[in-house]
Write a protein that binds this ligand. Structure first.
Ligand SMILES: NC(=O)c1ccc[n+]([C@@H]2O[C@H](COP(=O)([O-])OP(=O)(O)OC[C@H]3O[C@@H](n4cnc5c(N)ncnc54)[C@H](O)[C@@H]3O)[C@@H](O)[C@H]2O)c1
Length: 385
């Protein structure tokens, strides 16, 4: 017998840890009677996480992140009676309405990615919010100043060593590299690549391009980290020189205005600019588009590439409008299934702990508890042996 199987099924069946967790949750029902509000990329891997939480008895109210919502994923979730407030949009105002709609449902737990949901809850607190999880570095940085207002357990998945090496280092590196190939269909061999930021994501990105025969430079504002890049064998030129030499320039710092319109005179003819950081503010795309030296912009709509032509004859290209390239553009894959299976199992286990009230307000914006890391690592190794 043959039957048509879907990509969502392929991804779900590849998330072996989540599948095992869902089987356990069906029996233990840690989220029975609770609503979980989620604000995380709506793509097939997230479905595996959301279905695991649903198996644990949760009612789910979901939205995505800016620009990354996949309509087929939304359709599937709705078919599973999951409430979704989300449209595929790059408009922050439209996206904010979806976030507000999720919080308006007064979820008992929040699963956040970038601090969007908790920031709303901090400004307009409501009774019954137990706490939840935050996925990213950028979210942690954003929420820390709101700690006193929040005063509830919020476990930061990004601060787990597993997330750091499995996803940020290995998977984001591979994924940004794959995105460059997917968007452009161009080679990496002999290209000069500059990576801004040598945190976990930057390390993986620099390594993947080097392994693909590019000459890689690294710029990091922290001299200790820049020294690490130097000792890892990357060249570490000063910022302006690194921009001027780049055939491909990747930002992955988590901070705004890494490359701005003031850098226009430096940009090499034919350079490709792409971002891997969470927010689309690392490359100041709007300022580039409006710069008086830009005389024409060619938009390759289907490929999500725009080419900016300058008065002096140079041109350069921006991928995905400066949004996270691995979740933008045609056929975005995102990070590998195995890395997300690990990270999302940490998510499910952390939410379980908050739901069971086993952590209190002293755990506001703290890393994943060590025993959860150990449990998830052991389960993965058992499956790999
Ligand atoms: N694309 C994805 O799928 C994905 C996945 C995980 C994380 N992220 C995002 O990637 C970003 C980086 O994450 P990370 O875990 O590597 O963070 P990190 O904090 O470990 O590293 C960031 C690095 O950027 C450096 N930096 C800061 N400002 C700089 C500047 N002006 N110039 C050069 N370097 C600068 C810092 O010194 C640091 O070494 C974050 O926004 C994070 O949310 C993206």
């Amino acid at each position: 017998m043959q039957r048509d199987a879907t990509r969502i099924e392929w991804i779900g069946n590849s998330c072996r840890l989540l599948k095992a967790t869902a089987t356990e949750f069906e029996k233990t029902q840690p989220f029975a009677g609770l609503t979980i509000g989620t604000g995380i990329h709506l793509e097939p891997k997230t479905v595996a996480l959301l279905m695991t939480l649903k198996a644990g008895g949760a009612r789910l109210v979901c939205t995505g992140n800016l620009n990354s919502t996949q309509p087929s994923t939304v359709e599937f979730l709705r078919s599973q009676e999951i409430t979704v407030f989300a449209t595929q949009t790059t408009d922050p105002v439209a996206h904010h309405k979806s976030l507000e709609a999720v919080v308006a449902e007064s979820p008992d737990l929040l699963l956040d990615n970038g601090g969007d949901l908790f920031a709303i809850a901090a400004e307009a607190p409501y009774a019954g919010l137990l706490g939840g999880t935050e996925e990213t570095t950028s979210g942690r940085t954003r929420l820390l100043p709101m700690r006193e207002k929040l005063n509830m357990p919020i476990l930061v998945i990004n601060d787990s060593p597993i997330k750091q090496f499995a996803e940020n280092k290995h998977a984001v590196g591979q994924s940004l590299f794959e995105s460059y190939m997917r968007f452009t269909n161009r080679s990496t061999n002999g290209k000069r690549v500059t990576v801004f930021g040598y945190g976990a994501c930057g390390k993986g990105t620099a390594a993947c391009f080097r392994n693909a025969f590019s000459t890689v430079s690294v710029v990091d504002i922290d001299p200790v980290t820049a020294l690490e890049a130097h000792l890892d064998g990357f060249s570490t030129p000063l910022r302006n020189e690194a921009i001027a030499s780049a055939d491909v320039l990747v930002t992955v710092t988590g901070f705004p205005a890494i490359v701005t319109a003031a850098d226009l005179p430096l940009i090499k003819d034919g350079a490709i600019l792409m971002n891997g950081g969470h927010f689309p503010h690392e490359i100041d795309v709007a300022a580039f588009r409006q710069h008086p030296e830009v005389v024409r912009i060619d938009r390759y709509e289907a490929d999500h590439i725009e080419t900016l032509h300058l008065r002096d004859g140079r041109s350069f290209h921006i991928l995905g409008g400066g949004h996270m390239a691995n979740l933008a553009g045609p056929r975005p894959l995102g990070n590998s299934v195995e890395s997300m299976d690990l990270g999302f199992t940490l998510q499910a286990r952390c939410l379980e702990r908050v739901a069971r009230r086993e952590v209190g307000a002293e755990s506001c914006i703290v890393p994943v508890p060590r025993d959860i890391d150990a449990m998830v690592a052991s389960a993965y190794l058992d499956m790999a042996r």
